[in-house]
Design a protein around this ligand. Structure first.
Ligand SMILES: Cc1ncc(COP(=O)(O)O)c(C=O)c1O
Length: 387
């Protein structure tokens, strides 16, 4: 066979690896996949069904149906305090994932560098590499709430740096960049004429009355920020594959033709469901967010009561990044042994970057019963290490 491309050698994510390892085992407690356990709210499902009954089964505009882009612009103005023209500055994509890919494809020439937090969402690395860019990892530490600092960012900048990727609330750490942190990142971006790719897919999952801030709303940032968002997490719509990006016209107007070459458009009924998600009744969203808050507290209190483990209370998203250094194991060893001994699936922190070593990630987007059972098994596992 003729040789396959270099891209075909992209590494599998550690989450998938753990997921595959656990396949076929029964009586599992899985904390590994980052997706809501809720079914999409009924009003959204009904809106999509209605659109199908009305014959909305066609290709749509490459940028997405205007009705949805207008609803997105309205929400960005209201919640994010940034204004975008729905006709030229918003593009509906197949999940946040494709919004990220289109952004990289539009911004990067081969060899351009993108600054990523270490640890961060594993697919960022793949996305940068698929566009022939170079990921440059900047460690973020537990003591800083897993946030970038200006000093760390400045050290990583070279003549080839094109963009900083900021994710807040963050996967895998649950860290949130407050306005102060965003202002510092913005200063570095403006000083060095960089783009900021701001992934805000967990933006409604903020706890403890924290103020939300979109970096694009800060001075000098709208023209250099591409906002990435998705319906997957906020509205329990992972399977619908709807997300979007918003940014300055000069950047976003280049994208519909790239989008056309990949998938033309997002499925027609999914877009009508997304309109209802934004404009319809928000009670289900409030209910889900309250559930995540209760689950966070249950999980974090349970973990901190286990001798040898510790966890800062995450400020956002639905992930807890748990410090396991006192056990003396690597995160991979911990995750594999926990799976084999107790049938609990977690993601090893090292899979999210070198600085994730010493941590495991638990997704608490699962029922309180499972969290209680998982905690019991994790306690049993950690206690067995000292025997
Ligand atoms: C930080 C982050 N960004 C983007 C995504 C992409 O999600 P989707 O493509 O389902 O919108 C995810 C999914 O886990 C994520 O955690």
């Amino acid at each position: 066979m003729a040789k396959l491309s270099k891209l075909s050698e992209l590494e599998q994510s550690p989450i998938r690896r753990m997921f595959d390892m656990s396949k076929g085992m029964d009586n599992l407690v899985s904390f590994v996949i980052g997706e809501p356990d809720f079914v999409t709210p009924k009003n959204i499902i009904e809106a999509a069904k209605k659109s199908l009954d009305e014959g909305k089964t066609h290709y749509t505009d490459n940028s997405g149906i205007l009705e949805l882009r207008e609803a997105i612009a309205g929400k960005l103005k209201e919640y994010d305090k940034v204004e975008y023209d729905p006709k030229t500055e918003i593009l509906v994509t197949c999940g946040g994932m494709q919004a990220l890919y289109l952004t990289m494809a539009t911004l990067l020439d081969p060899g351009d560098e993108v600054i990523l937090a270490d640890p961060s969402y594993v697919n960022y690395t793949g996305q940068v590499k698929m566009c022939y860019g170079v990921p440059v990892y900047v460690p973020v530490y537990e003591k800083d709430g897993f946030n970038f600092t200006g000093a760390n960012l400045r050290k990583a900048i070279t003549g080839k740096t094109k963009a900083i990727l900021l994710n807040s609330p963050a996967n895998p750490t649950g860290g949130v960049a407050t306005r102060d942190v965003m202002e510092e990142i913005a200063r570095v971006a403006v000083e060095n004429d960089l783009f900021v790719i701001y992934d805000e897919v967990y933006k409604y999952l903020l706890y403890d009355n924290l103020e939300f801030c979109n970096i694009a709303a800060l001075e000098g940032m709208r023209e250099r920020t591409i906002v990435i968002d998705s319906f997957s997490k906020s509205y329990a719509m992972t399977g619908w594959r709807v997300g979007y990006l918003a940014g300055p016209k000069e950047v976003v107007e280049k994208m519909p033709k790239l989008h056309e070459n990949i998938c033309s458009c997002v499925t027609d009924p999914s877009q009508y469901g997304a309109v209802e998600a934004l404009l319809g009744n928000q009670d289900s969203v409030a209910y889900m967010n309250q559930q995540y808050l209760e689950r966070r507290n249950l999980l974090v209190d349970g973990i901190n009561a286990i001798d040898g483990l510790s966890c800062n209370r995450p400020k956002g998203a639905f992930y807890a990044f748990i410090n396991i250094t006192k056990t003396g194991m690597t995160s991979e060893e911990f995750a594999v042994r926990l799976l084999k001994q107790e049938k609990v699936v977690v993601a090893p922190g090292s899979g999210f970057g070198k600085s994730g070593e010493g941590f495991i990630r638990i997704s608490y987007a699962t029922s309180t019963e499972k969290i209680r059972e998982g905690l019991k098994r994790i306690r049993h596992f950690v206690e067995s290490l000292n025997k």
